[in-house]
Each structure stands twice: as structure tokens, then as C-alpha cells.
Design a protein around this ligand. Structure first.
Ligand SMILES: Cc1cc2nc3c(=O)[nH]c(=O)nc-3n(C[C@H](O)[C@H](O)[C@H](O)COP(=O)(O)O)c2cc1C
Length: 224
């Protein structure tokens, strides 16, 4: 969070990587919620870092991956300057073996110089994920993202169980909103298991972060 600019709308960056569309759908909902809440908003995707499918023999997955690349092509790619600009940062990644997807991790590593000059301190952050199964490592993925936030000196604002939407059957992860995709890396049916309740929960998580960040900005201004 900027310590010099207390004027204007709170700035939100939603930065994500998505292989087959689930996280893309969640990220888009977060950005829409931020816009609706009056925040200045940047939706940014972290690009794929391989030129061909990770597993060409999985034909349906590969086709879904290509379809998602086409669907996301108009989303601007993320730069470290987007992190510097924002008061609120939401990072989204599919769970891959319970960890951050590699392209997003690479992007995070690029923020090293910004972190070194303490450019991420006191920004409000949290994360979200999508996994293939409910017990496939959502918390592991979220916590690996949140671990980065500790290093950056961020103020982590998780959804917790602070609103009824978190109690909906397809929600319930207090660490960060998480969807379960199942076997949905299917061309023509991308992200169809992301529920309306998942999207509403992510909108809630985003609004909660904006509320806290806005209060902090005013608080820091008053404390100067
Ligand atoms: C390399 C790789 C590793 C994965 N590891 C996990 C995992 O550990 N647990 C899980 O539930 N799903 C796992 N998945 C499935 C994805 O998390 C799931 O399909 C997710 O919804 C994809 O999000 P996306 O459509 O935004 O890429 C993995 C998928 C890939 C390609």
C-alpha cells in the first residue's frame, strides 16, 4: 500500500494463472466485484510458460488448455508494476500437487526486487484456487501463496467464515475461496463446475479486502 498517496479509489489487482479456465472464471468474478465496489481494478493473467501442452497424450485436457488460452487472450498479461500499483492484491492459481502453478511462481519470483525495496509492505492480500478434488490440496495451494505474502509484509485478509456465503455447500474454505473442478478440463465445457456460490464467495472475499484496505488507507493517512 502506498504510504504517500491516500487519495482516490482503492486499487485492486487480480493476478492469476489458469490452465483450463477455472481460475480464469474465478478471477474474472473477483475483478467484476472490485469494479462494482468502486475500486480501480486490473485483471491480469500470468502467461503460460510452455509452448505446448504439458501432456499432449491427454487429448481432451490439451484441447481444453488451448481453448482457454484463446478465451484469455484479451486479458492483459501481468507485470510486477501491477503489484506495485495496487493496494489490494488477489492471487489465483490452480492447485498443482497442492502447490502454486509454476508460471505464477515464476511471476512471484520476478517481484523479488520490488520486495527488496519494500514495495509490497502493508498491501492487503489473499488468494484463491481451484482443484480437481475437494481434498486435493486446496489449503496447501492457498497457504503456499499466503506464505509469499508473509515474506512481503502484506496484511492477509482471508474470507474466513465471516459471511453466510462461506457456508454454501460448494464453499467453506476459510483460507481462500476454492472451487472443485472435477473432470472438467473438457473442450466446450470449460469451468462448468465453478458454481454461482463460488463466484459469490469470491466477490465477497474481494469486497472484504477492499473494505479493510480502504479503512487502512484512511487510518494511515490519519496517523501521519
Ligand atoms: C500438473 C497438474 C497437477 C495437478 N495437481 C492437482 C492436485 O494436487 N490436486 C487436485 O485436486 N487437482 C490437481 N490438478 C487439477 C487442477 O488443480 C484442476 O483441474 C484445476 O481446476 C485447474 O484449474 P484451471 O482450470 O484454472 O487450470 C492438477 C492438474 C495438473 C495439470
Amino acid at each position: 500500500m502506498s504510504t504517500t498517496d491516500f487519495n482516490g479509489a482503492t486499487k485492486v489487482a487480480v493476478v492469476y494463472y489458469s490452465g483450463t479456465g477455472n481460475v480464469h472464471k474465478l478471477a474474472t468474478a473477483a475483478a467484476e466485484a472490485a469494479e462494482k465496489a468502486g475500486a480501480e481494478t486490473r485483471l491480469r493473467r500470468v502467461p503460460e510458460y510452455v509452448n505446448e501442452s504439458l501432456a499432449p497424450q491427454f487429448t481432451e485436457w490439451t484441447e481444453a488448455w488451448a481453448e482457454n488460452a484463446e478465451a484469455m487472450k484479451d486479458v492483459p498479461t501481468a507485470g510486477v508494476d501491477d503489484l506495485e500499483w495496487a493496494d489490494v492484491i488477489l492471487l489465483g492459481s490452480p492447485g498443482r500437487f497442492g502447490l502454486i502453478a509454476a508460471p505464477l511462481k515464476h511471476f512471484i519470483d520476478l517481484a523479488w526486487p520490488l520486495n527488496a525495496r519494500r514495495g509490497l509492505v502493508n498491501k492487503v492480500m489473499s488468494s484463491f484456487t481451484s482443484t480437481g478434488s475437494q481434498h486435493g490440496g486446496q489449503e496447501g495451494t492457498i497457504l503456499s501463496l499466503n506464505n509469499v505474502f508473509y515474506h512481503w509484509g502484506a496484511i492477509i485478509v482471508p474470507p474466513g467464515v465471516t459471511d453466510d456465503i462461506q457456508m454454501a455447500p460448494s464453499n467453506g474454505n476459510p483460507y481462500g475461496v476454492s472451487s472443485v473442478s472435477g473432470r472438467q478440463a473438457v473442450p466446450g465445457r470449460l469451468a462448468e463446475n465453478v458454481t454461482e456460490d463460488n463466484l459469490a464467495a469470491l466477490a465477497y472475499q474481494t469486497r472484504r479486502m477492499i473494505e479493510i484496505a480502504t479503512a487502512l488507507r484512511h487510518g494511515f493517512a490519519a496517523a501521519r
